[in-house]
Design a binder for this molecule. Sequence first.
Ligand code: BLA
Length: 316
Amino acid sequence: RSTIFSMFTRTKCCSIAGMMKPSMAEANSGLSYKKFVHFALEETKKHTQLIPSSLQENFNCLKAIDGKTELEMHSFGSSNIRLLRSLSVEGSDGMQVLDFAIFPRPEFDLPIFCANFFTTAVMNIIVLDLNPLHDVISRQDYKEKYYKHLIPLGLKYAELLPWGGRITTESMKFFSPIIIWTKFPPSEQKHHVLYSAFEDYLKSWLELMDQASMETDVSQIMLNLESQHRYLTWRAEKDPGHQVLRRLVGETHAKEIIRSFLFNGVDDLGSKTFVDYFPEYKSEDGTINQKRSMIGKSFESRPWDATGEFIGNSIT
Ligand code: BLA
């Protein structure tokens, strides 16, 4: 399968120069997400030694079927990061996508850093969060440990980037009390607010990482591993971006990018299947129900109060 990729990667794409010089990238692409990636890599390097991932060989640059849109991928690991990976897409039609995530090693119960921005000429769909590894509604201790001190930061941005409206109910289980979920038409001012939110959330995550102690209890490590695998299994199956990726690069490449790159680990960090974790999606013939959501959308307004208490109805 590497041959398919190297065939594509030989074509010149994704200006590396643009990556190194954010000012140039900005000048070239307006409200680009390249600056976000550049900041994230530089900032993370201040805290931990990033080592290029073996995934970089197969996942770096790809031109979409339209011959114009470019997909740029980066991946690294470190002593406490299992995988930091980034996918950014710059379409010819004004489409800009960023899918940036940091997955900690299973010895850490740290949240998963998650930035998902989908931008077209008319709309921005934004998710930015430190996705909790363990349940923040039933596990008060986990919420206290990682989010209590961040609630004021979450409140600041909840005001600047208001709640985006009804959302896939199942997704809420993967979100924290400081989730930024917002939608807005293109706006330079909002783009800047989003950039500063991205900076603040990443810095907060890196501070948590600096302070995190490595778990030695094998049963706790196994719990962390299973939670991360469950998260990967959910996103590898139901992430809203899949349809866009399929359209851009076709079914085969999209599947590779999703399972081997974006949600790397889904096929080897655990042996449970999607319907083991999410049995409500099992259809009569045993296959996975193709619906994105079984419950439907809910949470018209932000279901977390100013103290970080969950005030939505229970998520069944
Ligand atoms: C929409 N993306 C959304 C929505 C969410 C997310 C919550 C709103 C629609 C919904 O309620 O599902 C993001 N959902 C997440 C995340 C998690 C989750 C991060 O459960 C984590 C657990 N979005 C991307 C990328 C693309 C993309 C890379 O991150 C495209 C390549 C596209 N997101 C995209 C599109 C929509 C969307 C097109 C609107 C389509 C829809 O509403 O189904």
